[in-house]
Design a protein around this ligand. Structure first.
Ligand SMILES: Cc1ncc(COP(=O)(O)O)c(C=O)c1O
Length: 401
């Protein structure tokens, strides 16, 4: 509980020494739940946002080899040249889009790429269109720099699909960028090619940027194709595509991500990157080269395992009173709704205290889905079954009206 008090002190402090922009950063809902869970016994976490697999052995070995070989200095500011080459080749092949190393900057996880993209472009009066619910980083980073967040809600009844016409209707003279995240955290929703193409085309026509967070680009089920923004845009003039090794190769703690954009945009971001983290972790960039150049078996096995869990979770949610689910096509999240008007934060808290099942409430991800719970299936089938053995009887006893 000590940590929770610390958070409260920090966010409620009126100490004038701090930049008021920090007030745009909300108390993180996930931290609050996980901190509380740390003080309880026998907790089952359906709250985890990182893969539960070990990275492939050849990737670990490449990192160890890099340490042994003394690859412990700074790299070039844009990233390790071998990694930039490998990324350009990899993407060129995946989407038949020729890329140069000069179109890429390597960052400390996708998080730094998101930070660079949003804080380098957000300014007072500029509007950014963001789906709601969405990953919690985008809004605060935009607001911190005076930008305005214009949300486009998505709903469980529509499998949380984004309506491209609603995005176009939200565009106006002050719109600077549209943020996309497919498949999405927290909904697992994969946007079809028509959605991405319609938004990208309209944005390009109006000179609006599309900033696409594609960190779950390999966690796609039922052998669906992945419509990356890179495969839907005619040029890179108004797009920034972000991804990382965190989810695809289960390398979240190794902190290697990247951003792909026009050469002009990359030049500007390189300068900014010098003033944030300078360069990303060097041995882990070598591990990344091995990941891109190595076998795909790891990804295929992982996706097979996640798909099985997704299938079972969809069944379990269907059997759970008061929860309305859907079938997500990607990532490792399901974002079912409780009845309209129910406060998901209260339910998640009570559920954790009374059953030890830890979920994350919808208000962590925006305003439009306060009655939702994010359930992560980045945990074993056994744990998922055990969690629902507790959750279903508990829900049967709840009365929401
Ligand atoms: C949508 C989304 N973007 C970015 C990130 C951060 O990724 P990274 O570990 O590469 O910084 C996450 C992590 O959970 C995420 O869910």
């Amino acid at each position: 509980m000590g940590n929770i008090n610390l958070d409260t002190d920090f966010y409620e402090s009126e100490d004038p020494i701090w930049n008021p922009a920090l007030l745009t950063i909300p108390v993180p809902g996930i931290r609050r739940m996980v901190n509380l869970a740390a003080n309880l016994e026998d907790v089952i976490h359906l709250s985890i946002g990182q893969p539960d697999f070990k990275p492939p052995q050849h990737v670990i070995q490449a990192g160890v080899d890099a340490f042994q070989a003394g690859q412990t200095g700074y790299t070039m500011d844009a990233g390790l040249p071998e990694l930039l080459e490998a990324l350009a080749e990899y993407y060129g092949h995946r989407y038949q889009r020729p890329l140069l190393p000069e179109n890429i900057i390597v960052t400390t996880g996708a998080t730094e790429a998101i930070y660079l993209a949003l804080t380098a472009t957000s300014a007072p009066g500029r509007e950014f269109i963001v789906p709601d619910p969405s990953f919690m980083l985008y809004g605060p980073l935009i607001r911190m720099n005076g930008g305005v967040v214009k949300t486009v809600p998505t709903r469980a009844e529509d499998n949380h699909q984004l309506d491209p016409q609603a995005v176009i209707d939200a565009m106006g003279p002050n719109t600077y960028a549209v943020i996309l995240n497919s498949p999405s955290n927290p909904t697992g929703t994969l946007y079809p090619r028509e959605t991405i193409e319609t938004i990208v085309e309209e944005a390009a026509y109006r000179g609006i940027y599309v900033i696409s967070d594609e960190v779950y680009d390999h966690l796609i089920y039922d052998k669906r194709e992945y419509p990356s923004v890179l495969s839907c845009c005619s040029d890179l003039d108004h797009v920034m595509v972000i991804s990382s090794f965190s989810k695809t190769f289960s390398m979240a703690g190794m902190r290697i991500g990247w951003l792909i954009a026009s050469q002009g945009a990359i030049k500007k971001l390189r300068r900014y990157h010098m003033f944030t983290t300078t360069v990303a972790n060097t041995p882990c960039q070598w591990a990344g080269v091995a990941a891109l150049r190595g076998s795909r078996d790891f990804i295929d096995n992982m996706v097979g395992e996640y798909q099985q869990r997704r299938d079972r979770l969809v069944e379990l949610v269907e059997q759970t009173p008061h929860l309305t689910g859907y079938r997500p096509d990607g990532a490792f999240y399901l974002f079912p709704s409780l009845p309209e008007g129910v406060d998901g934060a209260n339910v998640a808290l009570k559920l954790l205290k009374e059953t030890g099942v830890c979920t994350v409430s919808g208000d962590t991800f925006g305003e439009s889905c306060r009655n939702a719970l994010r359930i992560s299936y980045s945990t074993s089938l056994e744990q998922i079954e055990a969690a629902f053995d507790r959750l279903i009887p508990w829900m049967e006893k709840q009365q929401f009206s």
